[in-house]
Design a protein around this ligand. Sequence first.
Ligand code: COA
Length: 300
Amino acid sequence: MDSSPFKAGILSGMVAVITGGGSGIGFEISTQLGLHGASIAVMGRRKSVLDSAVISLQESGIHAIGIEGDVRKNEDAASVLQITFEKFGRIDVLVNSAAGNFLASPEDLSPNAFKTVMDIDTLGTYTMSHAALNYLKKGGLGKQGNGGGLILNISATLHYTATWYQLHVSSAKAAIDSMTRSLALEWGADYDIRVNGIAPGPIAGTTGMSKLAPDEMIGTRLRKETQPLFKIGEKWDIAMAAVYLASNAGKFVNGMIMIVDGGLWLSSPRFIAKEDVKLLSRAVENRSRTAPVGVPRSKI
Ligand code: COA
């Protein structure tokens, strides 16, 4: 893993709540925001995961607490934010990183399965954001005397096109991106809160990766000739985007969904080999220049 290009103290004095912050991308964001000076409240459903995350953060010298909670529950959202505020005295950043996923074709995806992912990802993001408003808004509980805070939604690129067996998550993440832009508009105008997203591509060492692209599938997903950069991302890549957006360097960035996928979502098979394209293109060009106007191509 590379060392950070940012100064160690650029988030000093800030407090961040990270949902799903005990593992995967959420944990790396917790770590990097913490290493750059922020105090960290990690929210998650599993106590054992939270406990080991907090120990690891504290061993790195980070002020960190873990609070059990489910983003689907209004009362959990309220209490996690209240406990964080009581512990640290302010809240500057909410990272909505909690998510649920599995591969399923639509006919095997029950309405309840669809709802479960919508509830965790989309409704969970809104529930946490709504509960955080009173802390994050300019002059609010957690931001006295300062500008407003930041909401950072972890999204995906699945829904930019269409992704096999991901109808539920694509729907959930599309709604999150829309929410990011709507809140950036409304809460940016009314409360000085910035709302941005990060859309990671495949990231090594995450639950998402092991669920969506098990080792035996990786070889079939990557194509050197069509995939820009031709590599899987690191959790660090996502966390650095979060550090940038949380820092003062990102103070004019609002309503953006930063894609961090090496350009993967742009990939598509080449319809003609690179060696052939020049010859073919020249031949077609010559033919079109010599063709008399109005003569069908088939007659040339
Ligand atoms: N394929 C199809 N349906 C599935 C499924 C699968 N692999 N896994 C779960 N479901 C369905 C269940 O059958 C159930 O639907 P039903 O009531 O119609 O039978 C519904 O989804 C809810 O399942 P349940 O296990 O009760 O939900 P949960 O809240 O305990 O767990 C999950 C939510 C399924 C998303 C679980 O994987 C989870 O908690 N994931 C969090 C971690 C994660 O996925 N991280 C990746 C982030 S990219």
